[in-house]
Design a protein around this ligand. Sequence first.
Ligand SMILES: [Cu+2]
Length: 328
Amino acid sequence: MTLTLASVVRALRRLGLAGAALAAPSLAEVPAATPPPMPADLVSGPAAADPVTAPVPAYAPLKPDPAVGQPQPWGIDLLDQVTPVGRQALAMVHGLLNPVMIGISLLVCALLVWTVVRYRERANPVPAKFSHNFRLEVTWTTIPALILLVIAVPSFRLLAAQYSPPKADLVVKVTGYQWYWGYEYPDYGGVSFDAVMVDRAEAARRGAPYLLETDNRLVVPAGKTVKLLVTAADVIHSWAVPAFWVKMDAVPGRVNETWFKVDRPGVYYGQCSELCGTKHGFMPIAVEVVPEQQFLAWMRAKQAEQGIPPSGPGIAAAGLAAGTTPGA
Ligand SMILES: [Cu+2]
């Protein structure tokens, strides 16, 4: 019970009701989320890593943080967002949509109570017979229209942000199957693998949430723009990760495009979000965001495992093209 109340109080506080005006928040000033601590040597450019003095550390899978990128017990609010688009969207929900919804609900409740009390039969035995009120009708049409106009401004700004990604640093092809996901990295010699849900014991061993963890995770570099080409091989699926504010339909015979950029290394979970058959609820998505050097080490190990020669952006610069598996 304490937990429930605490969550409700926390969520209400986050709604920002105290100073909530109906005016659209200036989304240009959306507070940048607390920048994640990133060791300087991990923010690498091609020249940053000297293969002789700075050997690429071996890849080690990240342990999920129960507070980030996955559902919370009794959580009633949206997940904390880790992408620029997600932060923009969440600011709009907390700063504009929730106050508008709550304001309208309270107004309608108050009107209802007032009508019931003021116009009950005993207090108002002879009801009025008029059926139109020009001024009132204009008002209750204009005000909602203005509210929609106010909402439209940040809404279109958000849409524009979602559909105008920066230049992609990495492209991943995502394919939905009944009932698992397949991933392929065309820039790295076509490294590919499937991601299948793990059982309860394996999830517990990894400290990961059951029903959300997959045997192979989609691994991507932190701070880089990742473009996803999303499709499906059988029926319609949907690739969705709530903490990224990403949800894209995977349609057979079509390629849909979406993107995300996550600065904070971590493991983030999602699920197929299109009813796709009996095991629709059992094709989760696990994305592991790692510092770039770790990503390259992981990628090189995958290439070695799949008999693919060292290739792809950053592999040679990181000293991984020598044919050795990093950290081995
Ligand atoms: Cu599906």
